[in-house]
Write a protein that binds this ligand. Sequence first.
Ligand code: AMP
Ligand code: GLY
Length: 425
Amino acid sequence: MKVLVVGNGGREHALAWKISQSKRCEKVYIAPGNAGCAEVGECVDLNLNNIPSILRWAKENKIDFVIPGPEAVLVEGIVDAFYEAGIKVFGPNKLAAELEKSKIFSKNLMRHHGIPTADYAVFEQYEKAIDYLESREDGPIVIKADGLAAGKGAIVCADHAEAKDAIERCMVKREFGEAGGRIVIEECLVGEELSVLALTDGKSIAPLASSQDHKAAYDGDTGPNTGGMGAYSPAPLMTDKLLDEVIETVLVPTVHAMNSEGRRFRGVLYAGLMITRSGPKVLEYNVRFGDPETQPILMRLDTDLLDLLEAVSDGKLDKIDIEWKDEAAVCVVMASGGYPGSYQKGKEITGLDKFKGRKDAVVFHAGTTKKGDKVVSDGGRVLGVTALGKDIPEAIENAYKVVNGVKFEGAHFRTDIGQKALDKI
Ligand code: AMP
Ligand code: GLY
């Protein structure tokens, strides 16, 4: 089978790495990919904003199966385009991807179908949003831009003064562009955060191994929100009992709700949860694999990934069992100095060769590119150093051993990835 992975981050490197190990994979292409992807397959210089050009290339090159990574292409209808062309594709169509595209859509869906989530109100006018805020008791509150805002559209505010500022940033200054024209004002939930990723073909649901990312930029969960500074799997907070509760109160009702709205969901359903005193509540949905959660999850996967993703596309997920290694995995993201603010690119990365070909530790590339025969940084998140270990402490130790052997100027990483999990053991 000739497979095309669409995207250029750590998630796509991990997907391509795992797919390249499939017995049925003849060749994996990554569009546009990065320097790491080029080691497991062939990178193709295609523009993610131009779905017709990706489709044209895939037809010309007789691609059998397409796996889009990022939400932006899903929301733009890449799945619909390939489906109509008769090329097998993994993921939700445009109608189903609305679940991530619009916070208002997902909040209303949860309200109408009794899926637990924070209480909220929706606003399209600045004055009305401010009036609502002023009518409530001062205290913590969350402001969310409706549309996609690269993970930055949720602003957790300590009080109403901060909330007013956040509303202004969304609706007046338009910091998130169109995405902030409509907002959700939401109750601030208290508890522990946990993500659940599940495969679904719209009939069956198969949760993936539990995982947790670290969104804050600095140690101790301080600093600004990022796309994710590291992740670990399994997440000890996710007990069997909690998973059963999440399946029953969140995953099953969400899949049913989408079916009943005529938006059958196929692909990865990712629910970001807050585990509150009154049970799990949904913070947000994503409609794709998490980045960097995918890196530790795929390191632990024993089942053939192509078989698994194809079963989802074919509506045969009930026919396949998913096998996991008992070992734990930890991914430490090495970012450019300054990220998530402004940062420099083009810094040479050294030490990568020492770790090539290892099964127990893989340096997944996120923002890298080749410059001559050198690998240089090319984004905010640069590498996702991922290692296995018999348990989380050993996986942490193994991951940081590799981190300490890889260098680039200004590299920034958290030194406490996985510690949260240790508190739970
Ligand atoms: P989201 O993009 O909705 O996942 O939000 C990003 C982050 O903001 C989450 O991972 C939480 O840390 C935080 N957050 C979002 N919604 C709430 C809420 N209702 N209460 C408390 N924290 C929240
Ligand atoms: N790691 C969070 C995300 O993929 O959205």
